[in-house]
Design a protein. Structure first.
Lengths: 240, 574
């Protein structure tokens, strides 16, 4: 009730901004928190959380679940940029779409997501999984440009299309794209044609090109791209 | 308002006061025998430690290099920020705090005077603008003169007096304080992707060697009678086996010492005390260096201690920064400053479990503990190269307690811990020695006779720490020591209380101290005229800036304090 929060540059009590209803007393780390309302300008919900669950009914602002180490967040709406940034553990499930820099570190930093999992049922913006080191991201919709940029580990599965330049500057880790990608960066080389991909704990059937890169960074990241959806990449097959 | 500091346990090594309980009276920004008129504010310092205000002889706090570092590291700001208060302004930055925050944080630790050690002369205006925005503390800055084309040119012809006239002009024009030499010859060579191998490796395109540069500038420093000695960042800094070069550097000016006074300052010596052939065989060269220093009178050093933390390295030594970039793979900045110097910036994390970093940590402390005379080694981290200055209290606790060192030794890389000399050293610094390496000694090295002590007539820059030296045993209660030095109970700057228990209560403006070297009696009018003519001509040919626009007018500084070289420096007391 008297928890201090910032509104603009003023300190307020949480109770001044929200109606708070406690249904039952619970053990710490097993608390379930429901947040209802227009939260598009509310930032840092679930930052540094260690356990329990947050269920959000509506859209949410930036920095959702920043640096969280455990517990889960479920959002029944859209989320702004920097969701799950620098996440270390736990789970975020978003039923809508997400802005840019999903799971990315702050500007200048190289410490991206190291663990946990993120599931997005809609689309994501640019630079999802920037400097990712561990954990998994599953995107059911489309991904913007530079998905998995600077990736150093972990896995990203994109069920929809990629808007370009997936895996730029990646050195390690795995990205799979089931939809359309207009082109692959020239610093990637084709290695193989696979019949299936195992990623994010799933097994996805269908033919996939396996690319390795980014050689501009001396990297050995793996980029899987669906063969069926990308006939424009057929020319790579002569190098196999 | 006059101040009376009552019953403090005073450590004032320059006046031979070692833990005496006494009163100190302050009036008109000075320490006085008795106050004249007015109501006196009394600070009860019983059970507290009273020292002169701290002095940092080497901390990169302002200028283009520091600011480029700030631009390079937004992530350094995100982790550390301070909101504004009624008195202070807001600020960000852990390893490279913004200017205002730098001033506040130093003041909280009881520091009242800082020296910004590497100013490319061309960037002097920027540096002074930032120094003017660094509140509370007094400031001085050293222009980089070791790789300036004119220095190289005149020294290659061994024209010391001509060169001295140029150097004097440059110090006066940039409102500098001392001659800073960084990797002499090496920065110029870096312009061609090279470095100098040792003291006798000639600089490309200039028929001069690093040895001649150091000796030449040392002679010029003596000739001009500047308050500080030459301030040298050695050749081969950061390369295994460089301790020999460092000893050679100190030795190459030995014969120039006329009096029993230091004539060369080797800065952040830890980075220049590596033994071994490569990174895997790296050892500490602290023993050899301290042996040399213990039997010579002409050298002073500062530590350049490393603390295990995330920081930003920045120096004018381009080739060394390139090596760091290659080692770390981090983002970096490389820069060349016209005819004058260069620079590089690389973010860096010192890790406990890294063999090399752990050895470096050990070397810094070994140097401080093996050099017998605390008057000739000063506490620095080469902020932010070894660690941010906010780690000073930790370093003090290591110096004062073998137990604290032992505890850290257990947590570092085991191979480095085995090879460290620290377990064999029992020495523990006393409070008096701490006062020397953090204030009194530095004031002496800088030739600031009205600072670093609490005698009558000295500047009323005083730090009061909430720790009772009579009650506490620093070798056991080192955490207590660390806590006390982190936040001074009172910091008094120019007779005003500026910080209380780590809270800034008044944000005053310090002065910028500079040396008007051109007024040296050793430069006659004719020499003066010739140097000016030569400079004007060369400005047309070489620089992107006009001669007239290059110089910084005295009234450009927020609060200028001019010193003239030579003579009794105490007479400069304002």
């Amino acid at each position: 009730m008297n928890l201090k929060v910032w509104e603009g540059n003023r300190r307020k009590n949480l109770g001044d901004l929200f109606d708070i209803k406690v249904e039952s007393e619970g053990v710490k780390d097993e608390i379930e928190l429901h947040i209802i309302g227009d939260l598009r300008k509310v930032r840092m919900i679930g930052a540094e959380m260690t356990g329990g669950a947050i269920i959000i009914h509506g859209d949410v602002g930036m920095h959702l679940g920043e640096g969280m180490t455990g517990g889960s967040i479920i959002v029944q709406g859209d989320v702004d940029s920097w969701a799950g940034c620098m996440m270390k553990g736990g789970k975020i499930e978003i039923h809508g779409s997400v802005g840019d820099y999903l799971a990315a570190p702050y500007r200048g930093s190289r410490r991206g997501m190291t663990g946990g999992s993120i599931i997005v049922h809609g689309d994501v913006g640019n630079e999802a999984g920037c400097y990712m080191r561990g954990g998994t991201i599953k995107i059911h919709g489309d991904a913007g440009e530079f998905a998995g940029i600077h990736m150093q580990g972990g896995e990203i599965l994109i069920m929809g299309n990629s808007h370009g330049r997936p895996g730029a500057s990646m050195v390690k880790g795995k990205i799979a794209i089931c939809g359309h990608v207009s082109s692959v960066l020239p610093t990637f080389t084709i290695e193989d044609l696979r019949e299936k991909v195992k990623i994010c704990g799933e097994r996805i059937e269908g033919q996939f090109y396996l690319f390795e890169g980014d050689h501009a960074e001396g990297g050995s990241g793996r980029l899987y791209i669906s063969r069926d959806r990308n006939p424009q990449l057929r020319s790579y097959e002569r190098y196999l | 308002m006059p101040l009376l500091i009552r019953n403090g346990c005073v450590y004032d090594p320059l006046n031979g006061i070692d833990g005496e309980v006494m009163d100190i009276i302050v009036d008109g920004g000075k320490i006085v025998e008795e106050a004249h008129g007015g109501e006196t504010k009394v600070i009860d310092a019983s059970g507290m430690l009273v020292m002169p205000g701290g002095i940092d002889i080497h901390a990169h706090i302002a200028g283009s290099e520091v600011n480029a570092g700030r631009l390079l590291r937004p992530e350094d700001h995100a982790v550390d920020f301070e909101a504004k208060t009624r008195v202070t302004r807001s600020g960000v930055g852990r390893s490279i705090p913004s200017t205002f925050t730098t001033g506040y944080r130093y003041a909280r630790m009881g520091y009242t005077m800082l020296c910004n050690p590497s100013m490319p002369p061309l960037e002097a205006r920027h540096t002074h603008e930032e120094l003017d925005d660094t509140p509370i503390v007094d400031k001085a800055t050293y222009p980089l003169l070791g790789d300036w084309w004119f220095t190289l040119e005149y020294l290659s012809r061994d024209e010391i007096e001509e060169c001295a006239a140029h150097v004097a002009w440059m110090i006066s024009a940039t409102k500098g304080y001392a001659i800073k030499i960084v990797n002499p010859g090496g920065i110029e060579a870096w312009g061609y992707g090279r470095n100098v191998k040792d003291l006798d490796d000639p600089v490309p395109n200039f028929n001069v060697t690093p040895r001649e540069i150091i000796r030449g500038l040392c002679r010029i420093n003596i000739l001009l009678d500047l308050p500080h000695t030459i301030h040298v960042h050695t050749n081969r800094l950061g390369q295994p086996g460089n301790y020999a070069t460092t000893i050679e550097t100190m030795d190459c000016v030995r014969d120039l010492a006329e009096k029993d006074e230091p004539i060369i300052h080797i800065t952040h010596c830890q980075f220049s005390a590596f033994k071994g052939d490569d990174w895997t065989t790296l050892r500490s060269g602290a023993e050899e260096i301290s042996k040399y220093v213990n039997r010579s009178r002409h050298v002073t050093l500062d530590m350049g201690q490393v603390v295990f933390t995330d920081t930003t390295t920045m120096t004018a030594d381009g080739p060394w920064q390139y090596t760091l970039y290659e080692l770390s793979g981090n983002k970096w900045i490389n820069h060349d400053v016209e005819t004058e110097t260069g620079s590089g910036i690389v973010p860096f994390r010192y890790r406990r479990k890294s063999y090399v970093h752990a050895v470096m940590w050990s070397i810094g402390l070994e140097l401080a503990l093996l050099i017998d005379d605390p008057w000739r080694i000063y506490l620095t981290t080469d902020h932010p190269n070894g660690a941010p200055f906010t780690t000073y209290p930790r370093i003090i606790s290591w110096l004062m307690s073998a137990e604290a060192r032992e505890k850290t030794l257990k947590r570092i890389n085991s191979k480095a811990a085995c090879r460290s000399l620290l377990p064999s050293i029992d020495r523990e610094y006393t409070f008096s020695e701490i006062a020397i390496i953090t204030r009194a000694g530095q004031a002496g090295a800088l030739g600031l006779k009205w600072k670093g002590h609490l005698g009558v007539g000295a500047d009323a820059d005083i730090a009061i720490y909430n720790i009772d030296p009579k009650r506490i045993d620093p070798s056991k209660d080192y955490m207590e020591v660390r806590r006390a030095f982190m936040n001074a109970a009172y910091t008094i700057k120019s007779g005003e209380i500026v910080a209380v228990n780590g809270r800034i209560v008044k944000s005053s403006m310090g002065r910028t101290i500079w040396v008007d070297a051109e007024k040296s009696p050793r430069i006659d009018a004719e020499l003066h005229r010739r140097a000016h003519e030569d400079l004007k001509r060369k400005f047309r040919e070489y620089w992107t800036v006009e001669f007239e626009n290059y110089m910084i007018q005295e009234d450009y500084l927020h609060s200028s304090m001019r010193m003239t070289p030579g003579g009794d420096k105490r007479s400069n007391t304002q």
